[in-house]
Design a protein around this ligand. Structure first.
Ligand code: 13P
Length: 257
């Protein structure tokens, strides 16, 4: 069985004091959970401090973005190796907000995945259709194109640490969650595509997370879907009790499966 991942993407929220307080509160309440990979993904400036607090705990650290070069004159950018040096294990790449506001494309996502894996970290590669694409019936085609573009040129062996997150753009921050059936349809397609591109084993092992208005009161029905292996959660992960309750619900669910 795949080990579920509950990842809190803090986006551009939480200064250093707020970050310290939030992660300390989460840590206090999740120490007994051992069957869920719990990840917090704060803004860059909080990483080193949050790492201090989470080191030795059952909480892992992730970053929201990176650049694909190892180092150089790239003002404002941060390399995967730098993220590793402050304790990161995961890096989100291709989030829809980065695609929308910062020009991220399937090509740059591909470059970032390569750089992240070469630095020894796990990419969480985000894909997802817009409302317009869904309404035109293009969801599966769009997501398939994004996954193929993201993974182009990589071997199964290279992609051992890959995590994929399906985040329908229309469900992000809108309160409009995909139904478990809507999400499962896309997750099943992604797993089928991984099987086609690599192998049945590869597809079976990969975690595919769902993101988009996940909350304590809808997480269980989403996590019950066969091909949903965790959540990438924005708004509801910004409060300790919200994050903790989602991690606990997932833990209880998985221990009963
Ligand atoms: P919300 O949970 O706020 O909808 O955000 C989802 C998301 O974008 C996580 O990366």
């Amino acid at each position: 069985m795949r080990r579920p991942i509950i990842a809190g993407n803090w986006k551009m929220y939480k200064d250093i004091n707020e970050a310290r307080e939030l992660v300390a509160a989460i840590k206090r309440d999740v120490f007994e959970i051992d069957n869920v990979e719990m990840v917090v993904i704060p803004p860059f400036v909080d990483l080193a401090e949050v790492d201090e607090i989470t080191t030795g705990s059952n909480i892992s650290l992730g970053a929201q973005n990176c650049y694909w070069e190892k180092e150089g004159a790239f003002t404002g950018e941060i390399s995967p190796a730098m993220l590793k040096s402050v304790g990161c294990k995961y890096v989100v790449v291709g989030h829809s907000e980065r695609r929308k506001y910062f020009g991220e494309t399937d090509e740059t996502v591909n470059l970032k995945i390569k750089a992240v894996i070469e630095a020894g970290l796990s990419p969480i590669a985000c894909v997802g259709e817009t409302l317009e694409e869904r309404e035109k019936g293009e969801t599966l085609e769009v997501v398939k194109r994004q996954v193929k573009g993201a993974l182009k040129g990589f071997s199964a062996d290279f992609l051992k640490k890959l995590v994929i997150a399906y985040e329908p753009v229309w469900a992000i921050g809108t309160g409009r969650t995909a139904t478990p059936d809507q999400a499962q349809e896309v997750h099943a397609m992604i797993r089928g595509l991984l099987k086609e591109l690599y192998s049945a084993n590869f597809a079976e092992e990969k975690c595919v997370l769902y993101g988009g208005s996940v909350k304590p009161d809808n997480i269980e029905s989403l996590m019950r879907a066969k091909d949903i292996d965790g959540g990438l959660i924005g708004g509801a992960s910004l409060k300790a009790d919200g994050y903790v309750s989602m991690a606990k619900i997932t833990s209880v669910l998985y221990s009963s499966l």
